[in-house]
Unconditional design. Structure first.
Length: 462
């Protein structure tokens, strides 16, 4: 973050209610919302969270060298001297968002926004990897894509930044519009439209409306990229924007061609007849993420050889299709999150993976959360999708996964055996009884289910 005069912003900020003990030329060169990582001179923004209230740490922030504190107007700050610099606001998160939008607007650089129901984080990592070979890039850390994470990403921009890659998420209607207005993207892509968070939206059409708000709020002439393989997105049009199409068929601006899948289920492909690219992240569904990232990079002038180099250097992220040898079995850890589309993709990956003779395939499925009134139906649909798949056993964990279990259990022709558990320990112990050396295990569930907690209970046999 570059040094800026905060008074200039405060004069126009609707959230600011009162300035206390701030000099007329007050400048800051850093923002902190966490006293554990605060640097001397940072502006400390006190945010009330689910477990902690940042206002309780205002004194600690000042003792560690914070230049001033942003606090809610009605909050009393215990132990803080009356001479301390305080910015009183109506809402601390709103202040952070407005400030980051004001700050971002001072830079004339490409800012690429990425949203979608699945694949946002992977696409972001792929694109940043490619662009980082040529440009000085800042990117969203992990999946910090909300009203706090996006502002903190924008505040990473400095005078030395060439490009910013920003992941944008949503849980409720209207959030994409709010975030787009502060990101001010020059380029944008929506990876796909799926059922994630459908409990807050009601339908895929409503999710589509929310996601495409990213495009609708962009300035005239800015560039967007359309995933032509998505049945909803392929029809999107906007005469005010410059549109590039990407997909796996001919006649598009960027044509991906799948050449083959290797023994670990990793795609080898090329874009517009360019060099062959061997992905390191497994799963057929990763092909489209790579195609979108590669297409954007090519469109921004990156050479095909650097696109290849950048994509081939991206490894699986934590609990996102991490395939590894684990206590004499092959473990597919995709437990970071789950929704109907990503779960089907993971099931397909497991089924397509070569099975050494005498080994078996197992799954532990945790609940898909935030599906609202569609929870039972979506889980039952997964049960129907699974029952004819070549999976030896499906271990279902959680109240909604019970519906997957019931569908498989009640179908006498199902190829899989199904089990149901309410606790990780029970599921882990049962799996320990089943597993033998060389077996293949997939972990999948929403983040709130923390399916990976079964791992300490596993002991392989055979």
């Amino acid at each position: 973050m570059k040094k800026v005069a905060l008074n200039r912003f405060c004069e126009s900020c609707r959230t600011v209610k009162k300035l206390e003990n701030l000099p007329a030329n007050f400048e800051i060169s850093g923002i902190s919302i966490d006293t554990r990582t605060l640097h001397e001179g940072d502006l400390y923004i006190a945010i009330r969270g689910e477990r902690f209230d940042g206002h309780d740490f205002a004194r600690e922030a000042l003792d560690k060298g914070a230049s001033a504190v942003v606090a809610a107007a009605e909050k009393k700050l215990k132990g803080v001297k009356k001479s301390a610099g305080i910015i009183r606001v109506s809402d601390s998160v709103r202040f952070l968002m407005e400030f980051s939008g004001w700050y971002r607007a001072q830079f004339s650089i490409p800012v690429i926004a990425i949203t979608g129901s699945t694949g946002k984080t992977t696409t972001k990592e792929m694109l940043a990897s490619i662009l980082g070979l040529v440009f000085r890039v800042i990117k969203t850390q992990k999946n910090m894509n909300n009203f706090i994470g996006v502002p903190l990403t924008l505040l990473q921009i400095s005078d030395t930044t060439d490009v910013a890659v920003v992941e944008v998420g949503t849980n409720h209607p209207g959030e994409i519009a709010t975030l787009t207005d502060i990101v001010l993207p020059t380029h944008a892509v929506i990876t796909n439209i799926g059922s994630g968070h459908i409990g807050f939206f009601g339908s895929k059409e409503a999710i589509y409306a929310e996601k495409t708000t990213l495009f609708e709020r962009m300035k005239f002439g800015t560039r967007i990229y359309i995933n032509a393989e998505d049945i909803l997105l392929e029809k999107y049009s906007n005469d005010d924007l410059s549109i590039k199409s990407c997909g796996l068929r001919k006649g598009l601006d960027y044509e991906g061609e799948l050449l083959r899948m290797d023994e670990r289920g990793r795609a080898r492909f090329r874009i517009n007849h360019g060099p062959e690219i061997q992905l390191q992240i497994p799963g057929r569904h990763q092909l489209l993420n790579a195609l979108l990232a590669g297409s954007i990079a090519l469109d921004m002038g990156i050479s095909p050889s650097n696109v290849k180099l950048g994509l081939e250097s991206v490894l699986p992220q934590d609990k996102r299709m991490v395939v590894e040898d684990y206590h004499d079995i092959l473990l597919i850890n995709d437990a970071y999150n789950s929704n109907p589309e990503s779960l089907r993709a993971a099931i397909d990956y497991l089924c397509e993976l070569p099975r050494p003779e005498g080994t078996r395939k197992y799954m532990i499925l945790g609940d898909m959360l935030e599906l609202g009134e569609k929870s039972e139906d979506e889980h039952r649909q997964i049960g129907h999708y699974l029952k004819d798949k070549p999976v030896d056993a499906v271990l279902c964990l959680g109240q909604y996964s019970r519906f997957i279990y019931e569908v498989i259990r009640d179908d006498s022709s199902a190829k899989s055996v199904a089990y149901f558990f309410e606790r990780h320990e029970e599921a882990g112990k049962k799996l320990s009884e089943l597993l033998q050396k060389g077996d293949i295990l997939l972990l999948k569930g929403s983040r709130g289910m923390a399916v990976e907690k079964v791992l300490p209970y596993l002991e392989t046999r055979g």
